[in-house]
Ligand binder design. Structure first.
Ligand SMILES: C[S@@+](CC[C@H](N)C(=O)[O-])C[C@H]1O[C@@H](n2cnc3c(N)ncnc32)[C@H](O)[C@@H]1O
Length: 293
């Protein structure tokens, strides 16, 4: 078995980016995510549907660490919180059954805070504990790491063996003052198409969160994949010298902790870029988990 990471539901590869070691495989069914992944990480993800993956397919990667970022819609208000009744939970349950059979030394997972109270989490915990893992579960938010963006998420690190002293820590993490103010994450020359009309602002009024670009304590709300499509509760807007505008997908990626050289494939539609950026993970939060065995 290699010491490498297998990134499942790999998206644009935040977990691989955070992990200091080699990534031996990635799997995702979204072709735009896979093209972005390949362009930036030099590894072509398999475009497989994980709801039908086999133990032989996953064991062929010989990976010591498995990262899982399954869909969050079954555990969100917007996704109707159907939990185990939601067909989008099937690929997670499939992977769970296989990993309990193959027992890689380290398994880690991320999801929305709504996952904590779900029946799916109950199944996940029971299966992992029965397979001999010790669990460390917690909520993390990039604001507690000095990043000016909220994205509170559930994280699990499960290690095979250890002492069985499971840990679950679900207090809201305390925010630290931004180590680097918001302005440090912004594009030098924002695209004119990002600016929104006064009509949008007056229609949605107080539901719209607008940040002042030069405010050193400004903290963005959580960006979701609906940013740019849903005018409210999908992420902050920004007021700069040119008016009120959306954050660009590239600005969101910087807030997510992706390095400067990371780029989407040329010509990729902005709504697809927002979708991929809003679906990804905080690289800083994942890095703070330390996935070493
Ligand atoms: C929350 S996003 C994960 C994002 C990723 N961690 C990243 O760094 O960008 C969930 C991902 O799961 C993928 N996905 C959803 N259902 C899938 C399935 N049945 N098989 C394979 N991939 C799936 C989606 O395409 C999406 O990229």
């Amino acid at each position: 078995m290699s010491s490498g990471l297998l990134e499942l539901f790999s998206g644009i590869g935040a977990a691989g980016r955070a992990w200091g070691g080699s990534v031996v495989g990635a799997i995702d069914q979204n072709p735009h995510a896979n093209a972005t992944y390949r362009a930036n990480h030099g590894l072509a993800p398999r475009a497989w549907n994980l709801a039908g993956v086999t133990a032989a397919q996953l064991s062929a990667f010989q990976a010591e660490r498995w990262w899982l970022s399954p869909p969050c819609q079954p555990f969100t208000v917007r996704g109707a919180r159907r939990d185990l009744e939601d067909p989008r939970v099937k690929p997670l349950l499939r992977v769970l059954a296989i990993l309990c059979e193959l027992r890689p030394p380290v398994v880690a997972m991320e999801n929305v805070p709504g996952f904590v109270a779900s029946a799916t989490r109950g199944e996940l915990r029971a299966a992992l504990i029965a397979a001999g893992y010790t669990l460390d579960e917690r909520l993390l938010c990039p604001t507690s790491l000095g990043v000016p963006m909220r994205r509170q998420r559930y994280y699990l690190v499960a290690r095979l063996g250890r002492d069985g002293g499971h840990r679950s820590q679900f207090e809201t993490p305390a925010a630290a003052p931004p180590a680097r103010p918001l302005v440090g994450f912004l594009d030098e020359v924002p695209e004119p198409a990002l600016y929104v009309s006064e009509a949008l602002i007056s229609t949605w009024g107080h539901s719209v969160n607008i940040l002042e670009a030069k405010n050193p304590t400004a903290v963005a709300t959580c960006f979701t994949s609906a940013y740019g499509r849903s005018p409210v509760r999908s992420g902050s807007y920004l007021r700069d010298g040119g008016g009120v505008r959306y954050f660009s997908p590239e600005e969101i990626l910087r807030l997510m902790g992706f390095p400067g050289g990371f780029a989407f494939p040329a010509g990729l539609d902005r709504h697809i870029r927002w979708d991929l950026a809003g679906n990804t993970l905080s690289v800083d939060a994942v890095r703070s988990l330390a996935l070493e065995t």
